[in-house]
Design a protein around this ligand. Structure first.
Ligand code: SF4
Length: 309
């Protein structure tokens, strides 16, 4: 990894964040809008930068686990805030006319599609509008093998893909957008003869350079039986976080690293097996594991930290 400042500023990006939030039907609590503080004691994040507009929807409700986290954070002087969430706290129609239903905290959120049309996703927020365009065509089951280039290798001329019947097809194009996520994008570029692979010794080349990865650490807390968190209720983005240890919001001097992390409690609905915490020493399977799950399931919460490098 190399270290350098971002090439664009927050002020340059903010209008696009604002637009994206309106397309996605984002729920949240702003701290300040055009210099005016609006989120004090209303779930705003005092470390958040100024915004040009509020979130299109108010923050989602706080689950009991998120309330516990907020109380604990506040009691030691931190600054809990409503996590912005790309899930709808109420009915919403986005600027493209795509409609979203209110999230009902069904608990099958993280890792699942949403049957309520409440979770931001291209099929919910963008495709309904694109389908109205006479020139738009969506081809399912098309697996792109490479981007085709002009003879001088300077322009994309289309793509070659395998269709659902296993036939190779060529689609000419004036414009090709690599939007296959970072792994497939980086895979497609050398397959297509685009760019030069990054060499970490000579620091030359462009793709594969500064490859970032999402670090997520999860802590599980088990409570006594008189604290019931109902983890079967939940929504993927809803929750409470703190930014007191995020980015440059604290003095890194004695610590020897840059960056930091938000911490949050987000009750997304535990996944089968991996989402079921048990006390240390419990076997990984069998009747003792089942008994421990039954004992702890409704009395736990999950807290995450999210780093960058
Ligand atoms: S919790 Fe997630 S999957 Fe369930 S209704 Fe809400 S957004 Fe949809």
């Amino acid at each position: 990894m190399t270290i350098q400042d971002f090439g664009v500023s927050y002020d340059e990006l903010e209008p696009f964040f604002d637009k994206a939030e309106k397309v996605f039907g984002t729920s949240g609590s702003a701290w300040s809008i055009k210099g005016q503080v609006v989120g004090k004691d209303k779930g705003g994040n005092p470390f958040a930068p100024d915004r040009s507009d509020n979130f299109p929807l108010p923050a989602q409700k706080r689950t009991y686990s998120a309330q516990l986290f907020a109380q604990a954070a506040e009691s030691v002087g931190y600054h809990p805030y409503d996590l912005p969430s790309a899930k709808t706290s109420g009915p919403y129609t986005n600027p493209y006319g795509a409609q979203m239903g209110p999230c009902n905290f069904c608990g099958f959120c993280s890792g699942y599609a949403c049957y309520m049309y409440s979770k931001a996703s291209p099929n919910v927020n963008i495709l309904p509008a694109l389908r109205q365009e006479p020139k738009f065509e969506l081809r399912n089951n098309a697996y792109v093998l490479r981007v085709n280039l002009s003879d001088d290798k300077k322009r994309a001329t289309g793509v070659t893909y395998v269709d659902g019947q296993g036939r190779e097809q060529v689609q000419p194009a004036d414009l090709v957008i690599l939007s296959a996520f970072q792994f497939h994008n980086v895979h497609l570029m050398p397959l297509s003869g685009i760019g030069k692979p990054y060499n970490p010794i000579t620091n030359e080349g462009n793709f594969g350079r500064n490859f970032p990865y999402q670090n997520l650490s999860t802590l599980k807390a088990l409570f006594d039986k008189n604290t019931t968190t109902n983890p079967f209720i939940g929504a993927g983005g809803a929750g409470v976080g703190i930014d007191d240890f995020n980015a440059d919001k604290f003095d890194h001097g004695p610590h020897g690293f840059v960056g930091g992390s938000p911490f949050w409690v987000n009750q997304a609905g535990p996944k089968p097996i991996s989402g079921l915490p048990v006390p240390a020493g419990t076997p990984n399977w069998g009747s003792q594991w089942k008994a421990a799950v039954a004992d702890t399931y409704t009395h736990h919460l999950s807290m995450d930290a999210h780093g960058a490098h």
